[in-house]
Design a binder for this molecule. Structure first.
Ligand SMILES: [Mg+2]
Length: 120
């Protein structure tokens, strides 16, 4: 199981990774990206099974990154993680093919639900 965590905030990535490490019992590897462009590059290189994607980031935001990831692989599993829960943003990312949308910060219970839903 390989997971890519994308967020421009190092602290946010750290918190998400901690929650992942606490929730996942099977062997897993976690990659990190700090903007959308890096996310796409790491995706091409490592082909992670699951991607956690922030929306507001410099260089390339999460909306743009999601579109590019879907072009590369229409079945890519992207979970949007954002403090921005405006309905417009939610509708947009779900229409663009995100599998789920969760509010930051993700707690352990929520992470377990997400992980069990999207692990395969
Ligand atoms: Mg951000």
């Amino acid at each position: 199981m390989n997971i890519l965590v994308t967020d421009d905030s190092k602290m946010a990535r750290k918190m998400l990774i901690k929650t992942l490490d606490d929730c996942i019992t099977e062997e897993h590897e976690i990659y990190q990206a700090s903007n959308g462009e890096e996310c796409v590059e790491v995706y091409k290189d490592k082909k992670p099974d699951l991607i956690f994607l922030d929306l507001t980031m410099p260089v390339m935001d999460g909306f743009e990154a999601l579109k590019k990831l879907k072009e590369i692989n229409p079945n890519v599993k992207v979970i949007i993680v954002s403090a921005d829960i405006q309905k417009g943003s939610l509708d947009r990312v779900l229409k663009d093919g995100a599998k789920d949308f969760v509010k930051k910060p993700i707690d352990k219970d929520k992470m377990k639900i997400i992980f069990n839903k999207f692990r395969f």
